[in-house]
Design a protein around this ligand. Structure first.
Ligand code: CTP
Ligand code: CA
Length: 234
């Protein structure tokens, strides 16, 4: 093979990728959302398909993106819908990559009709916790209810006074219990609604790989390289 062609190392592998930002309804016209464009998840899907994988892409809200060739796309809206589809699709998968920005909270009440403005002050929006899908994937696998060889999380972190982006990433990998975590450095126009990403790829086997600032497709290739290595070691 020529050095410029992509490896065909994911041939016969089944991968499930979540992408985009969930939207949690307040009423029929309003929602709580986030700034995820879905670009990283779509890049992961495109590269995996190019490398021979059977790809299911579960997409919440995204920018206007082209569905990569050969990829099975399932569209969802809320975190609860994403959860249902991801859990169903992940059983028997070789890799599940949670690149979606899942809303941590949803409004407790979804008004059936559009909320109208009155002379009074508005009611506060009361929020409830959403299920943590990544944590649930890990728990289901531990309980023997789900077969998934590799479970990969994504985290967008900013450093703060006490911890660096890398420290937050290490802590999140341990907390989530997944096999790998991609840590994106965010803030100051980094990662959201832009073409480039940088950060770290952390493995529960102690591996830590720096991902230099580059295209989201490059980060995707780096992740699939690592996934391919881990799958062939298993
Ligand atoms: N995730 C998920 N379900 C949620 C929230 C997050 O599956 N309800 C997944 C994301 O898709 C991502 C990973 O968990 O792969 C980390 O998301 P992140 O928001 O960074 O983690 P949280 O545990 O929600 O922590 P934080 O308080 O930093 O938001
Ligand atoms: Ca979160």
């Amino acid at each position: 093979t020529s050095s410029t062609s992509l490896p065909w190392d994911l041939d016969g592998k089944r991968v499930v990728i979540s992408a985009g930002g969930t939207r949690e309804s307040l009423d029929p016209v309003r929602y709580l959302g986030n700034r995820s464009s879905g670009r990283q998840g779509y890049a992961l899907a495109r590269i995996a398909a190019h490398r021979g994988a059977d790809v299911t892409l579960v997409a919440a809200h995204t920018a206007d993106l082209v569905t990569p060739a050969g990829v099975r796309l399932i569209k969802v809206g809320t975190a609860e819908e994403l959860r249902t589809v991801v859990l169903a699709e992940s059983d028997g998968a070789d890799a599940v990559v949670m690149a979606a920005a899942v809303a941590d909270f949803r409004p407790v009440n979804q008004a059936e009709h559009k909320i109208k403005k009155t002379d009074r002050d508005p009611e506060p929006v009361v929020l409830a916790r959403n299920p943590d899908i990544l944590a649930e994937l890990v728990e289901s696998r531990s309980a023997g209810k789900l077969a998934a060889s590799l479970i990969v999380g994504f985290a967008a972190e900013t450093g703060d006074a006490t911890s660096s982006v890398l420290d937050h990433g290490r802590a999140k990998l341990a907390r989530k219990g997944c096999d790998m975590l991609v840590v994106n450095a965010v803030g100051d126009g980094m990662a959201f609604e832009v073409e480039d990403n940088s950060g770290w790829l952390l493995g529960d086997d102690g591996t830590e790989e720096r991902i230099d600032l580059g295209a989201k497709s490059l980060l995707a290739s780096t992740l699939w390289d690592a996934v391919g290595r881990r799958l062939s070691d298993q």
